[in-house]
Design a protein around this ligand. Structure first.
Ligand code: GDP
Length: 324
């Protein structure tokens, strides 16, 4: 918004209790109704907002839940990408015989390092083959390939950012970084004595979510659409995180951490590490978002689409309407 964008968020469901939270946090974001399970609603949302850019960050994104609700994960995290792309295609009048115009809607898909799963090489690049280890990773791989396919089939400006784990104070408490930081705080303050965790041996390439959102924005400002790895290139284990967090509070984690089988996954992603060389090299050419059409861009931002976390979706719009 600081860059002159008008931001729209997609919200689903009747009397969605999260709308109030979004309003508190992001009062200037406009909201439009829609659901990734409902093709017509997405077409209506795109028609209403008339976006310049769409960011699909919506997903069921908590990996353990993807085993419990595998079909729903496929529908939302996988087929949801198809429905957003189709909404853009239909509203733009794009077909096999009709290419996008110069001022086409640009599309960003939130791909995930979970697609690499049982990694074939380390660090991972844009060329590393996928071997997902969860229904979530499988669904993300579908969305990734589909985004590439729409780019190749229709000439759409559709790109994927393969983002490694990105964290902030707004991260959901079920994810390990917030679970650990909140758990340490509760123990330090005397509210809890134990922190129950799963696999301490897994390693992740953790970065700051705010930086990664900036990377998404730069990707849509490139001259040519292309997919990018976004990560730090530095990996730590969950055990390192635990040791550090308890240490900051002056505590020894061995006195408090209990391994609980309930948090061990059916199949684990053992170690992720990004090679972000391509993004680092190309980033300087990010052209910004002056689309030359004399009107501000906007973002449709959604704090999560279904059942999960905050997700931002971004679109540019003319109208200023509250929720409809
Ligand atoms: P993910 O990488 O997207 O699955 O992000 P998470 O923060 O949920 O998990 C990161 C890693 O922490 C995974 O390898 C988990 O197996 C591991 N982990 C260990 N204990 C826990 C736990 O109690 N909760 C979660 N969420 N992850 C845990």
């Amino acid at each position: 918004m600081a860059q002159g964008y008008e931001v729209w968020g997609l919200v689903r469901g009747q009397a969605n209790p999260r709308v109030r939270r979004v309003r508190e946090l992001l009062g200037e974001v406009h909201l439009v109704r829609g659901d990734l399970l409902d093709q017509g609603s997405l077409i209506s949302a795109v028609e209403r907002v008339q976006p310049d850019e769409v960011y699909n960050l919506a997903a069921i994104s908590y990996v353990p839940m993807s085993w419990q609700q595998a079909e729903l994960t496929g529908e939302v995290t996988g087929l949801g990408v198809l429905r957003v792309l189709e909404a853009i295609r239909v509203c733009s009048g794009i077909s096999a015989s009709r290419s996008p115009g110069h001022a086409q809607i640009r599309f960003y898909q939130a791909s995930s390092s979970e697609m690499f799963g049982k990694v074939r090489e380390s660090p991972q690049t844009e060329q590393t083959p996928f071997h997902p280890r969860s229904p979530y990773g499988v669904a993300k791989a579908y969305g990734h390939h589909l985004t590439q396919n729409y780019r190749e089939s229709y000439g759409m400006f559709a790109v994927s950012g393969i983002l490694f784990n990105h964290e902030s104070p707004r991260r959901g408490a079920e994810f390990v970084t917030r679970k650990v930081s909140l758990g340490v705080a509760k123990i330090k303050l005397g509210f809890e004595r134990q922190l129950r965790l799963g696999n301490l041996g897994a390693s992740r390439d953790w970065g700051f979510a705010g930086d990664y959102v900036r990377a998404m924005h730069l990707m849509l400002g490139m001259d040519q659409p292309s997919d990018y790895i976004v990560g730090t290139g530095v990996t730590h284990s969950v055990g390192d995180l635990v040791d550090l967090a308890f240490g900051v509070a002056g505590l020894d984690w061995r006195d408090h951490v209990v391994t609980d089988a309930a948090f061990i996954r059916p199949a684990e992603v053992d170690r992720l590490c990004a090679n972000p060389a391509k993004a680092a090299e190309d980033r300087v050419r990010g052209a910004g978002h002056d689309d030359g059409r004399g009107r501000p861009g906007a973002v449709v931002g959604v704090r999560r689409a279904r059942g999960g976390l905050v997700r931002l979706r971004r679109v540019v719009a003319r109208a200023r309407v509250p929720i409809t």
